[in-house]
Design a protein around this ligand. Structure first.
Ligand SMILES: [Zn+2]
Ligand SMILES: [Zn+2]
Length: 371
């Protein structure tokens, strides 16, 4: 049964004069463009647009990652900023440790560096192919072995458990660039990058997060198992495993084994992920929807294994590739395709070329014409 995405209406709203174009009011807040679309007209927008957007948005069993334009921020002063000192101290220590790891690179064995890179790829996949594309967006299906692998890789990335990550990420898509967005980019680069983890959440983030439908996550035994044993799995996978392998198997010093594949690698994966929330919401073109902040950012795409096609991703959050260009700069897409080839994954959601072109013409900034 195809569900209808909230916020997408199949008939023009009264007062809309042009059936092919909806009135949008790009208000400016904090120097960033903020979307206020008052209607969506799905008819006559281009071949396949209606079917693809509605069905792909709905047949995943959830639509809580579709932007909800009915939300408006509360009037009056913003709540006071309350610092989370534990996180401030831990994040500071991590970054000092990561910088020390950078300094140790010349003293490390090449095989240790290769191991660190492999750990980077594994933990990043636990976020991009796991928490993001599989569990937050349901953009493809994965069998039990792959879900177990991705959950372990996700613990290696130590970015909150899958359940919490996916909940925060759905709120991010649904209430993008508002008070209910956990890393609201209109609050500046630092806040959307790491600052949001150093202060208490805005009350609207908590309130809207509680109202999301997370039944699919609760029904996934792998997700709930990882949540139950999260701390233990993080100690084992994020710190012990990356450290012990080089120390035990090729006699790397304990210092290099800890500060390179564990600490530096962890710091790099965190920052690569955070750049999607900060840089990819500020710098780059908007070929698919010029009325939203998320951008196409090549640098972020490279570092975050294909997650920097962010204007595309917020326009079509249900596309498993988060891009229209397949494997181009997109290691995560290649990984998911390989998993499908091996029979470990299936049911990849993809938006048709016709739909994408129609959307570019309808709401894009025109940058696609220049390549
Ligand atoms: Zn985003
Ligand atoms: Zn997303």
């Amino acid at each position: 049964m195809p569900l209808k995405a909230p916020g997408l209406r199949s008939t023009p709203v009264q007062g809309t004069t042009d059936p092919e174009w909806c009135h949008t009011d790009p208000g400016m807040r904090g120097g960033l463009q903020h979307r206020r679309t008052t209607c969506h007209w799905l008819g006559a927008a281009g071949p396949g647009w209606r079917t693809a957007d509605r069905d792909l948005g709905g047949d995943r069993g959830m639509t809580d990652d579709i932007f909800d334009e009915s939300y408006s921020e509360k009037e009056g002063p913003k709540p006071d900023r309350r610092y989370v000192w534990r996180n401030i101290v831990l994040m500071s220590l991590l970054h000092v440790g990561g910088l020390y790891g950078l300094w140790l690179i010349p003293a490390a064995k090449p095989v240790t560096l290769a191991w660190g890179f492999l750990c980077f790829l594994l933990s990043a996949l636990g976020v991009t192919a796991g928490a993001h594309r599989l569990w937050s967006h349901r953009s493809y299906k994965a069998g039990l072995p792959l879900r177990i692998f991705l959950a372990i890789a996700n613990s290696m990335a130590f970015q909150n458990d899958i359940y919490e990550w996916a909940r925060d990420h759905r709120v991010h898509h649904k209430f993008s660039e508002t008070d209910a967005d956990p890393h609201n980019a209109t609050r500046g680069f630092f806040f959307s990058h790491v600052g949001w983890l150093l202060v208490r959440k805005h009350p609207d983030v908590i309130e809207k997060g509680r109202k999301l439908d997370l039944a699919d996550l609760k029904a996934d035994k792998v997700v709930m198992f990882q949540r139950r044993f999260y701390k233990l799995s993080v100690v084992a996978m994020c710190f012990l495993f990356p450290t012990l392998v080089p120390w035990c198997f090729w006699g790397e010093s304990l210092r290099n084994s800890f500060f390179l594949p564990a600490i530096l690698r962890y710091m790099l994966v965190l920052n690569a992920t955070w750049l999607v929330n900060s840089a990819a919401h500020m710098f780059g073109n908007r070929p698919y929807d010029r009325n939203i902040n998320p951008r196409e950012n090549r640098l972020v795409t490279f570092g975050a294994l294909g997650e920097g096609f962010h204007n595309y991703h917020h326009t079509f959050p249900f596309d498993y590739s988060t891009s229209e260009f397949g494997w181009h700069y997109n290691f995560t897409t290649a990984f998911i395709d390989l998993m499908c080839l091996l029979g470990l994954a299936s049911d990849r959601k993809k938006v048709s070329k016709e739909t994408i072109l129609a959307r570019k013409i309808r709401t894009g900034d025109g940058s696609h014409k220049s390549g």
